[in-house]
Design a protein around this ligand. Structure first.
Ligand code: NAD
Length: 274
């Protein structure tokens, strides 16, 4: 299936590994130009060079110019980090066709232990940063008649997770904002806005929570993995490749009628009918 997004410009945040990396890979493999971002330089540069190889493969197969991959190592949750993305040499400025907002999730713990500063940090990273990114790009997308905004949130938005109070709260704020934005008139101008809600995907972040659970319970990591996957109807964790493939589809014109949705990718773990 040709997704018809080659030559578009995408900003993919948190793209050195995990779900962001999976999305970046799926997009560049469709010929999309990328600005990728993450905090730490070395893994980001490594990821960027691997992404360039996927882009080169796409270009070779079609005898086309290879897509650009521009890497910006910065903290996307800061105004300086976002400015670095907008002013990346060779990039499109703020004229992106596709924006995937993503950053690290907030820490786990008992909600009683979180200070106002912890809450401010979580709200900044998981609500205000996506809103600031969207604010910078969305009117330009509408003026040009095409745009895809995707936010990686969490299944915790649909079914709160007790140790993830910061995530449950901050991401629900973003979810409410997006619900309004998607219905504000931009969809009639070719811009869709959706949230991707990962359940359990095999990434460093998930692994860190499994290690913490193993330490807390005295079980081995393998036992924790087995007991967690046993609860998932698919009997396994998801892969960043599966997540990225869905992201790329949503970025395409084929998905132009999907708007304002919270799309759960969890192997069937959420038990509700809807
Ligand atoms: P990950 O730790 O594997 O990767 C996170 C990526 O984001 C890395 O590239 C990291 O460098 C980058 N990053 C983190 N903070 C950043 C910042 N401030 N500025 C720029 N880049 C930053 O994590 P993941 O599993 O891919 O998770 C991505 C998001 O999805 C997180 O918010 C996480 O909470 C959420 N999520 C993940 C799962 C899962 O199962 N993996 C489930 C629910 C929600």
């Amino acid at each position: 299936m040709d997704l018809d997004i080659a030559g578009r410009w995408a900003l993919v945040c948190g793209a050195s590994k995990g779900l962001g990396r999976g999305c970046a890979q799926a997009l560049v493999a469709e010929g999309v130009n990328l600005v990728v971002n993450a905090r730490t330089e070395v893994p980001l540069m490594q990821a960027a060079s691997e992404l360039r190889a996927y882009g080169a493969e796409w270009a070779r197969a079609r005898d086309q110019k290879h897509p650009e991959v521009i890497a910006v190592d910065c903290d996307i949750t800061t105004p300086e980090g976002r400015d670095a993305v907008w002013s990346a040499p060779g990039g499109p400025g703020k004229d992106f066709d596709i924006v995937l907002t993503n950053a690290g999730g907030p820490p786990t713990g008992d909600w009683r232990g979180f200070s106002a500063q912890d809450w401010q940090r979580a709200v900044n990273a998981n609500m205000l940063t996506p809103i600031e990114l969207i604010r910078a790009v969305v009117d330009g997308m509408a003026a040009r008649g095409y745009g895809r905004v995707l936010n990686i949130t969490s299944s915790a938005v649909k079914a709160p997770i007790d140790v993830l109070a910061l995530s449950n709260g901050a991401r629900s704020g973003l979810t409410g904002f997006i619900a309004g934005l998607a219905r504000s008139g931009i969809a009639a101008r070719g811009v869709t806005v959706n949230n991707l809600l990962p359940g359990k995907f095999d990434t460093d972040r998930l692994n860190a929570t499994l290690v913490a659970a193993a330490e807390k319970t005295g079980k081995t990591l393998e036992e924790i993995r087995r007991s967690q996957t046993a609860q998932i109807p698919a009997r396994r964790f998801g892969t960043p490749g599966e997540f990225g493939a869905f992201c790329a589809f949503l970025c395409s014109p084929l998905a132009g009628y999907i708007n304002g949705q919270n799309l759960l990718l969890d192997g069937g773990l959420y038990p509700g009918t809807f």
